[in-house]
Design a protein around this ligand. Structure first.
Ligand code: FES
Length: 86
């Protein structure tokens, strides 16, 4: 199980956390990963200067925006899962 946590604190909200959450929901569904990937919201992840803050499981806080959310998903979720299956 992979948990993606998206910050919905005020700084990240202003910078588009709703759009990032919506796009991640679509990507999870489109890739048939609803049984493997869980999406959670969180308040401030302590990285307000680089919104939108996102982390995978207990990993580092990453900066994701509407322009790179698909790239983020492919790099950190799809690739990770394909490596664990091989
Ligand atoms: S409000 Fe998102 S990291 Fe602080």
């Amino acid at each position: 199980m992979i948990t993606i946590t998206v910050c919905i604190g005020s700084s990240c909200h202003i910078q588009g956390s709703y759009t990032v959450v919506t796009e991640l929901e679509h990507l999870i569904s489109r890739n048939n990963l609803t049984d493997i990937v869980v999406l959670e919201a969180s308040f401030c992840l302590g990285n307000c200067t680089r919104p939108v803050s996102v982390k995978i499981n207990n990993g580092p806080v990453l900066a994701v925006c509407k322009d790179n959310v698909k790239e983020f998903f492919d790099e950190y979720i799809v690739k990770k899962l394909s490596k664990s299956i091989i």
